[in-house]
Ligand binder design. Structure first.
Ligand code: ADP
Ligand code: MG
Length: 245
């Protein structure tokens, strides 16, 4: 049975703000299959970033479970969690978080250099990835000499260096204009199709979310059952009659 590449069960996260408890996730069950491109959507404050941070093992839940490749991450040894974060996951954030004093090529090479791989191999792989994100001719540019969309493509190339199985992207287009935003989503789709990488992307822009294979809707820290139902019907319609949808 395929239990999904990511599976969460009754996932809860409560933050303590002084003496006040903030329930960011109030029991969330999701399954994402290997090779899927899923958009996580919902209003601001609905728990999208919290959800992504839990799945990315950047934080620990208050209760509930996260399974990655059928393995319960809460009983995992810390070194296994670190290994997943470094070598199986790629992270993309709203701010491109490039090192401004490093060139495009050096930024992309960095994760593999940090893993202690020989420089020549890091460089070859980085150039290959810059070619894939269509920035082959910008290798020696500094980030400040690139547009926002180009900087995000550098960040995407960098996230692919260690050949992740899963890319977690939190509002990757929030700082881009609509044309660059669509280009980033199209790039994700192409990477997903060509490399089979699983993608979980947070966005609050429905037009972009619709480009993913499937949308998971959150509201107040829970699955938004109503929206989820409507979205499921639309997806079924798309499968039954690909032209009308
Ligand atoms: P979204 O990404 O959907 O906008 P978040 O996951 O960032 O939502 O936040 C969900 C809720 O949790 C919000 O009410 C937010 O204020 C709260 N929250 C998020 N991070 C923290 C934190 N580190 N400490 C306290 N409260 C937090
Ligand atoms: Mg957020």
């Amino acid at each position: 049975m395929d239990d999904g590449f990511i599976r969460t069960e009754s996932l809860k996260k409560t933050y303590l703000m002084g003496k006040v408890e903030v329930s960011a996730l109030r029991g969330v069950d999701i399954t994402v299959h290997e090779g899927e491109f899923v958009a996580l959507m919902g209003p601001s404050g609905s728990g999208k970033s919290t959800m992504l941070n839990q799945v990315g093992l950047l934080d620990t839940p208050t209760s509930g479970c996260i399974y990655i490749d059928n393995e319960n991450t809460s009983t995992m040894k810390e070194n296994k969690r670190v290994e997943l974060r470094l070598n199986k996951f790629g992270f993309i954030f709203q701010f491109f978080s490039l090192f401004m004093e490093l060139s495009t090529l050096e930024n992309v090479m960095l994760p593999m250099m940090l893993s202690g791989e020989p420089k020549k191999e890091c460089k070859d792989r980085a150039i290959e990835l810059l070619d894939i994100v269509e920035l082959y001719d910008r290798q020696n540019h500094m980030p400040s000499e690139l547009s926002g969309g180009q900087q995000q493509r550098v960040a995407i190339a960098r996230s692919l260096m260690n050949r992740p199985k899963l890319i977690l992207a939190d509002e990757p287009t929030a700082n881009l204009d609509s044309k660059a935003s669509v280009e980033i989503i199209e790039l994700f789709k192409r990477l997903n199709r060509e490399t089979g990488v699983t993608l979980l992307m947070v966005t609050h822009e429905e037009e972009l979310g619709k480009l993913a294979d499937r949308i998971i809707w959150l509201r107040d820290g829970k699955i938004d059952v109503e929206k989820q139902f409507v979205s499921l019907e639309t997806e079924e319609l798309r499968v039954i009659n690909p032209i009308s949808a």
